[in-house]
Design a protein around this ligand. Structure first.
Ligand SMILES: NC(=O)c1ccc[n+]([C@@H]2O[C@H](COP(=O)([O-])OP(=O)(O)OC[C@H]3O[C@@H](n4cnc5c(N)ncnc54)[C@H](O)[C@@H]3O)[C@@H](O)[C@H]2O)c1
Ligand SMILES: Nc1nc(=O)c(N)c(NC[C@H](O)[C@H](O)[C@H](O)COP(=O)(O)O)[nH]1
Length: 269
């Protein structure tokens, strides 16, 4: 039986000021999607026990909260390593959800080979989710025909995004301005960025703070230990080389959900 979650209307009302305009209210004035950064973390800032290991952090209440966020955003975005590690469904599993988010997979270097048995396609065939849009730096002529066809059959596709090659790794990278421009071009008016670590750390670069409209973090009362996938953005220093905090939330509120606490805030003044 497919998982069915419930999220109380009172909790939804508490979160409302943190969320994008309702999807049916077309706000034509925005030049980019509303961005919510959201993830579940341990007390030692870990998203998972190790790269490639799916790790349950959220209890039932905060998990339902995450799924409520999924139904309130046009799109849900994850990095390719999360797809390879988790085989995620990337759908909303709240009973009777009126909207499913469009999964966005950041796969600049084509690491993911989509397969018919992947959960994201399985839920799509059941009518319980949408097929992914895969953001890639590859040219159309380099895309594997079978992957293009599988995505197309389910209503998904590859979208080419401008990229630069990192000198350190030789891998293609996107800027968040370009990622969001690609979503805007698809009429995706809001996106929740769910992870994993590299995606979140790159979005927390001070250059991108102005792009983040809301931050919603589930904190679970557990330590995962060293070696996990950690949220800790690259350090920033002043002109004398002295480090200062990368980011601090303002307009903060804390909401208990079972054993977990959900921290809401904003990076904008
Ligand atoms: N607790 C949570 O809320 C949560 C959420 C998501 C994922 N996870 C966990 O996180 C782990 C995966 O995290 P991770 O850090 O290893 O990988 P990730 O999911 O962040 O994906 C990393 C990859 O994304 C791509 N990428 C990232 N930033 C990019 C950019 N700016 N431009 C182009 N490509 C970019 C690169 O290919 C990179 O290798 C998994 O174990 C997963 O279970 C946990
Ligand atoms: N809120 C939350 N609590 C957790 O305990 C946990 N492990 C995640 N993790 C999110 C995550 O690792 C990816 O976003 C999944 O890949 C999504 O998978 P599903 O779509 O739910 O199948 N998120």
């Amino acid at each position: 039986m497919a998982e069915q979650l419930t999220f109380p209307a009172e909790s939804a009302a508490v979160l409302e000021p943190r969320l994008p305009p309702k999807l049916e209210s077309k706000d034509a004035s925005r030049s980019r999607p509303f961005v919510t950064l959201t993830f579940a973390t341990s007390l030692d800032s870990s998203l998972s026990l190790a790269p490639g290991v799916r790790t349950r952090l959220s209890g039932p209440g905060s998990k339902a909260m995450t799924h409520y966020l999924r139904t309130r955003h046009a799109a849900i975005l994850v990095g390719v390593a999360t797809v390879l590690a988790d085989d995620p469904a990337l759908n909303c599993r709240i009973a009777g959800a009126s909207h499913q988010p469009r999964p966005i997979i950041i796969d600049a270097n084509l690491r993911w080979t989509p397969r018919r048995s992947d959960k994201v396609f399985e839920v799509c065939r059941r009518g319980a989710g949408l097929a992914p849009f895969v953001l890639t730096g590859a040219d159309a002529s380099d895309l594997p025909a079978a992957s293009v066809e599988l995505l197309h059959e389910h209503g998904g596709k590859y979208i080419r995004v401008p990229s630069t090659r990192s000198e350190a790794t030789g891998r293609l990278r996107f800027s968040w301005d370009d990622i969001l421009a690609a979503l805007q071009a698809e009429n995706l008016t809001s996106v929740m960025v769910e992870g994993g670590g590299q995606i979140i750390n790159s979005l927390l670069d001070p250059a991108y703070h102005k792009l983040i409209d809301s931050v919603i973090v589930t904190i679970a009362p557990t330590w995962l230990g060293q070696g996990g996938v950690v949220v800790s953005p690259e350090r920033v220093t002043d002109s004398a080389g002295v480090p200062f905090p990368v980011a601090r939330l303002s307009h903060v509120s804390w909401h208990p959900f079972g054993d977990d606490v959900v921290l809401c805030g904003t990076l904008q003044e």
